[in-house]
Design a protein around this ligand. Structure first.
Ligand SMILES: [Zn+2]
Length: 188
């Protein structure tokens, strides 16, 4: 079974491949600030309907609260300058942030209304949901294209979404998240 009904309706499905280093950075930075949210950016290569994520880099100065993180847009400009000069072939391809427990409400990989309002069309958006685990589970990609597993005391989910063009409302497409170094090559 490949693709969901959503994907069929909107055309070709969009996939992202996480390198092991980018996966480790996203998970460790999300767990490190558990009960607050982390925020960072993704460096890699963008192909047609496909993102190769090489590095994930947390913003060191994001204003972080339990429910949202914000970042000064000038910092994004400075990062792009650095990449243009130093990282040949790699580019800024999107960002990631975490969702976590808020009171008794568990964090999910669903983008919030605020997330969608600030989403840049054409960029990859990853959400890493961190909750306390009930039992251990090995890492796998579930049927909705979400990467899920446990580490330490936590249950982690990494989901992706994508907005084709600027619009009002809450429409977005799910991005299928792959990380073969973690799930093995025969999953899905
Ligand atoms: Zn969010």
């Amino acid at each position: 079974m490949s693709g969901t009904r959503d994907d069929d309706r909107h055309g070709k499905r969009i996939e992202a491949y996480l390198s092991l280093p980018s996966f480790l950075t996203i998970v460790s930075s999300a767990v490190e600030v558990f009960r607050r949210e982390t925020l960072g950016y993704l460096i890699g290569i963008k192909g047609e309907n496909k993102f190769m994520v090489e590095y994930a880099i947390p913003y060191q100065t994001a204003e972080s609260t339990a429910t949202q993180s914000t970042i000064d847009p000038n910092r994004v400009l400075r990062i792009n300058e650095i990449l243009e000069t130093l990282a040949q072939g790699l580019e800024y391809i999107g960002d990631f942030h975490s969702h976590t427990v808020y009171g008794h409400i568990p964090g999910t990989v669903r983008p919030s209304g605020m997330d969608l309002m600030s989403t840049v069309p054409g960029e990859l958006n990853l959400i890493c949901a961190v909750n306390l685990k009930r039992k251990s589970a090995r890492w796998r990609q579930n049927r909705r294209g979400i990467l899920t597993g446990t580490v330490g005391a936590y249950r982690i989910e990494i989901g992706g979404y994508y907005v084709e063009r600027a619009h009002f409302g809450r429409k977005y497409r799910r991005v299928v998240i792959n990380c073969p170094p973690i799930t093995g090559f025969n999953e899905g």
